[in-house]
Write a protein that binds this ligand. Structure first.
Ligand SMILES: Cc1cc2nc3c(=O)[nH]c(=O)nc-3n(C[C@H](O)[C@H](O)[C@H](O)COP(=O)(O)OP(=O)(O)OC[C@H]3O[C@@H](n4cnc5c(N)ncnc54)[C@H](O)[C@@H]3O)c2cc1C
Ligand code: SF4
Length: 477
């Protein structure tokens, strides 16, 4: 096949029509790019095997992408799986929900030369799904059991990746989570049209089969004190994520009908999982038939607008204070949202929310991009006299997340945190200010990505293994 045809194949596989039709019928089924065996081989064989693997350099877990693409191109799927899973505890999840356009695929030389990247994420998903179907994916089984135990607080990707590697090393691992299901934001944040929850459940079940003790519904600091937790384990890993929503600070922000993004997404995910949620049943967290305005320009905002479309909203608008090129979210997600019928109102910021007993609209101001601040980003500046209004009966705020007050929640004032509330660690040892207590994922780096949480979980697991090993050696002397 010549390069032109391959480019066409690549674009065709993005399947916008299929995705849009599914969204408009209210279908929450996963619509990530799926390749059959033939297409996976075809995509893999497009890799140029270029001298400098830019894709690998820009993959946070440093996946050996060129080599597993070569193996997949040759049909050596078991070896391709062994290689791809060697650096990633959750490859089937990254293949689906990494923002590949900002990471591996965005740096593929074919993309840079205008021929369309190799669909690396979709190949990774295919390799891992094939491996599951063939029975090649095994629970973590250590060569020898060790007596030491590790308690992990938080069952998101950081906690799961650490649990996988610590269990493989032979430790007795217990994973605690305050939610009733393990998976963190992969279950309750990311919508099912991007990540089928059964995919997360399958991975959690595999870890449990390998001996990781799961304790859902256990909040550290409430159901079990942090001091008790520390006393029960040789090491503790804090992987609790960041959950404090940044608030909308304009008049009327407290009106009924103005809701934080995560409340909305958790509810939608619970409904998809078959739970009953009173706030959905009474309509307050359901977008059906409503004029929805989502405020924010990140991936959480994109998840909200696309969820609202699927719930049957009358109209869905996304208000963002910068322009498209300066959005923090993935451009691919924006394109998907547009295809599905979302209207973007760029360069506009909320000024006030209005309504009598509940929200009926939003007043916003047009912005222009002024001079850059210390971070290098141009600062949005309001344009005088540019006010306009938008009708709205549901306003969803997706302005980002900060860390909760972990020392207060854990009753442990000795746990040192940064000004932003994230937990401070020593970058070499991954240890916090408390002996034997480590931290990883969003609670350390701030709101980030699943693949970075996996990387952190992996590195923290390595540091914990070293720490326990050194203590055991010292005790034996
Ligand atoms: C709406 C949304 C969409 C996103 N979409 C994407 C995406 O498409 N791709 C991507 O790569 N990233 C995405 N992200 C970011 C990604 O989900 C996070 O970066 C990642 O989940 C962080 O992993 P973590 O393990 O650090 O924390 P989390 O996934 O947040 O998991 C932390 C866990 O700790 C538990 N916990 C907290 N406190 C306690 C306590 N005291 N006791 C017990 N348990 C506790 C929580 O219940 C939670 O299960 C998205 C985020 C959001 C909010
Ligand atoms: S883990 Fe993410 S960034 Fe790395 S190869 Fe897979 S999809 Fe790309």
């Amino acid at each position: 096949m010549n390069r032109k045809m391959l480019q066409f194949t690549h674009i065709e596989q993005r399947m916008p029509d299929k995705r849009t039709a599914a969204a408009r019928r209210g279908d929450f089924g996963e619509v990530t790019l799926a390749l059959d065996g033939e297409r996976a081989v075809e995509q893999s064989s497009r890799c140029e095997q270029c001298g400098i693997p830019f894709c690998q350099i820009h993959c946070p877990v440093a996946n050996n992408i060129p080599d597993w693409l070569m193996l997949a191109a040759e049909g050596r799927m078991e070896e391709a799986y062994a290689l791809s899973s060697a650096t990633n505890s959750l490859p089937e999840i990254c293949g689906r929900i990494c923002p590949q356009d900002r990471l591996c695929e965005g740096n593929c030389v074919l993309e840079q030369s205008g021929h369309g990247a190799v669909t690396i994420g979709a190949v990774e998903k295919h390799i891992t799904e094939h491996a599951f179907a063939q029975g090649w994916v095994k629970p973590p089984r250590p060569r020898r059991e060790l007596p030491q135990s590790v308690g992990i607080v938080g069952g998101g990707p950081a906690g799961l990746a650490a649990a996988d590697l610590l269990r493989r090393a032979g430790f007795q691992v217990t994973l605690y989570d305050r939610h009733d299901r393990i998976g963190g934001l992969m279950v309750y944040g990311i919508p099912s049209f991007k990540l089928d929850k059964a995919v997360v459940e399958r991975r959690v079940a595999l870890l449990a089969e390998g001996g990781v003790a799961m304790r859902p519904g256990t909040e550290i600091g409430r159901d079990l004190s942090f001091a008790e937790l520390r006393a029960s384990h040789d090491a503790v890993l804090i992987a609790t994520g960041v959950y404090k929503p940044r608030e909308l600070m304009v008049p009327g922000a407290g009106l009924p009908g103005v809701i934080p993004a995560l409340d909305y997404l958790i509810t939608s995910n619970r409904i998809c999982l078959g739970d009953s949620v009173p706030a959905f049943a009474d309509g307050s967290l359901d977008a059906k038939g409503k004029q929805v305005v989502v405020i924010g320009g990140g991936d959480t905002a994109m998840d909200c607008v696309r969820t609202a479309i699927r719930q049957g909203a009358r109209s869905v608008k996304c208000l963002y204070r910068r322009d498209r090129a300066n959005m923090p979210g993935s451009q691919r997600e924006v394109a998907h949202a547009e295809e599905e019928g979302v209207e973007f109102v760029w360069m506009a910021a909320p000024e006030a929310v209005f309504g009598e007993r509940k929200v009926t609209g939003l007043r916003a101001l047009r912005m222009h991009l002024g001079i850059a601040d210390a971070s290098g980003r141009q600062v949005p500046v309001p344009i005088d006299g540019s006010s306009f209004t938008l009708p709205a009966d549901l306003v969803i705020t997706a302005l980002g997340f900060d860390a909760e007050d972990v020392p207060a929640l854990f009753g442990e004032p000795g746990l040192v945190v940064a000004r932003s509330g994230t937990v401070k660690i020593d970058p070499q040892s991954w240890m916090t200010s408390l002996e034997g207590v480590f931290a990883a994922g969003d609670i350390v780096r701030g709101a980030s990505l699943v693949v970075w949480a996996i990387r952190d979980g992996r590195d923290a697991a390595g540091a914990i293994t070293k720490y326990i090993g050194a203590r055991a050696a010292a005790a034996a002397e």
